[in-house]
Design a protein around this ligand. Sequence first.
Ligand code: 5CA
Length: 445
Amino acid sequence: MRLTRYFLPTLKETPADAQIVSHRLMLRSCMIRQEAAGIYSWLPLGLKVLRNIEQIVREEQNRAGAIEMLMPTIQPAELWRKSGRYEAYGKEMLRITDRHNREMLYGPTNEDMITDMFRSYCRSYKDVPKLLYHIQWKFRDEVRPRFGVMRGREFLMKDTYSFDVDAAAAMKSYNRMFVAYLNTFARMGLKAVPMRAETGPIGGDLSHEFIILADTGESAVFCHKDLVDMPPPGVDVDFDGDLQPLVDARTALYAATEDVHDAAAFAAVPKDKQLSARGIEVGQVFYFGTKYSEPMGAKITLADGSETPVHMGSYGVGVSRIAGAIIEASHDENGIIWPMEIAPFKVGIINLRQGDEATDGACETAYQNLCNAGLEPLYDDSNERAGAKFARMDLIGLPWQIIIGPRGLKDGLVEIKERASGARESLPLEAALNKVAAAYARLNG
Ligand code: 5CA
């Protein structure tokens, strides 16, 4: 992409109303635009990031055996009356009336709809286990939407629902999602801590939140240090095997919000392993048994002919929140530092003297070469001065920058900069291109 043809009107000044760094940087780098409190447009650069996050989430769900579908954003109130939580959900639910005076709502989650769907198609123990998911916009009329996309009113969620014959089988589905989440966040370059959690309006009695560590996070976390240092289970995990040991290895280690842990808990962790940190909740998993299936009549017939309500769980990832969370975990005073997998463009090209024949030529060569290698570059071909170009490229956080100007080219050299470390190196153009291509190849396997 050539910058002069792109849509990237980045801001120099810091927006006054943004309290946290990710919100400021998302506004400044022109990723999002607020349309109403807690409601955002995703501008071209932001949408690329959102799609990359969504794709990692999707791939790891598919790998874990979940099946993608798509339910609507607008739901009939009737379904929520059947499950018994229409009144209980309270003011967070955006209630809508259509032209025929039918009561509708903008879905804050989908347990009720999917339970009704299961009920209408599935009757037998042979129909389970099933894991179904969708990636869809949700609406929760939060009292105080804040921190940009981190606590929005409209936000993108991946939500999976599991259906099993009994509690023991449901635990296997729960473990699948637990392990899939560890892998998902690791691929995004994030350290995720699973922590026992309250179930809130979703219900049930078993739940874990996945918290990623960032100094500016909303939740104070206290945990065993090994929980953070433990490597992800890995992408080759056999999801049909026994995942319990992988889950046990994590759940055996203490983790709690700091306000919950007390002296008795402090004792559960040896002194040299205690970690006090801040974090952001990026996902939550729930096992709630028959809470929805019973009132909604989602039953299955067992081999002996008897009937049982299906056992269910639900598993959410805050896809749009993660865009902000990654920035909280990965930035410096100059801007965002995207992990390679998430970066909207993998490499930027900076032309230091637009109009200089040799410089324009070398930039074109770099641009064509990187495009052909499938490494969609962002080429700053504008007429702005070098300082402005450097600042913008640092702000938007692409992992690599190739900087090309007449002075270096006299000696046959260009400069390559790694955004994360700030390390710069002068190299012949071809070597610089190879270096970026090698980093990209590592990413792909
Ligand atoms: N039905 C269940 C799981 S599918 C559910 O709704 N779980 S949840 O309430 O925990 O939400 C799942 C994830 O969505 C959270 O972990 C969080 O990352 C994200 N999320 C929740 N509320 C918001 C919000 N207001 N803004 C942005 N992301 C949110």
